[in-house]
Design a protein around this ligand. Structure first.
Ligand code: T5A
Length: 195
């Protein structure tokens, strides 16, 4: 089972990824936790470039760098884990590219989705949980967090639109409230219930 957690910056994904992995392991599942961009030597280096406010990166170059990092983690980490029967819980995956690059940067949903599907040779999550409803971003924005209020409004709206675009795998979960209450909703969303 391949699960991705998604949402705007500072919505609490990283916190919820850790709680979900803890819960799944307590249920007896063998779980691999990873994040995007990252999770491989190449991916972590690409991540540093992408988040560095001192590096000029054109929108299409940005999209290709995210796709390259995804290609590497798909082949090196995620596919082998799934083949071994493990669960994989990933902090962001294809939908971040669809929303940030496709919608918020305006490069288009279809070309960005196609580029990512090419990069991963068709690997998609079985279930994607999109967190929404809060913004707990810190005080030191990285290159993408510094992109401006209009950009982040388009990101927030884009994530809400995902459930209509991909209803078979995407579930929206309200991220407001205590960590454990949100974690209950995230876990329930894997079983098919929307929150
Ligand atoms: N990106 C990524 C693209 O543009 N395209 C792509 O294809 C991909 C893959 C990656 C950046 O790259 C972009 C998106 C991003 O801008 P990231 O580190 O994955 O960067 O993304 P961020 O969302 O910026 O990660 P953060 O760690 O900043 O935010 P999270 O993970 O959403 O939030 P989290 O869990 O760190 O929580 C934020 C704060 O809130 C607290 C936490 O302790 C933390 O202090 N918190 C709560 N407090 C109270 N109640 C709760 N329920 C709380 N839950 C968390």
């Amino acid at each position: 089972m391949f699960v991705s957690l998604e949402g705007p910056d500072g919505v609490g994904k990283t916190t919820q990824v850790a709680l979900l992995v803890e819960r799944l392991r307590a249920e007896g599942h063998d779980v691999l936790q990873c994040r995007e961009p990252g999770g491989t030597e190449l991916g972590e280096r690409v991540r540093s470039l992408l988040l560095d406010g001192q590096v000029a990166i054109a929108d299409r170059a940005e999209a290709m760098l995210f796709a390259a990092a995804r290609a590497q983690i798909a082949e090196e980490v995620i596919r082998p884990a799934l083949a071994a029967g493990r669960w994989v819980v990933c902090d962001r995956f294809i939908d971040s590219s669809i929303v940030y690059q496709g919608m918020a940067r305006g490069l288009g949903v279809e070309p960005i989705r196609d580029a990512s599907v090419f990069a991963t040779d068709g690997l998609l999550p079985d279930r994607t949980v999109v967190l929404h409803g809060v913004d707990r971003r810190g005080d030191e924005p990285d290159r993408i967090e510094a992109a401006g209020a209009d950009f982040h409004r388009r990101v927030a709206e884009g994530f809400l639109a995902l459930a209509d675009l991909f209803p078979e795998r995407v579930r929206l979960v309200d991220a407001r409230g205590e960590r454990d209450a949100v974690a209950d909703r995230v876990r329930a969303a894997l079983d098919g219930g929307a929150a």
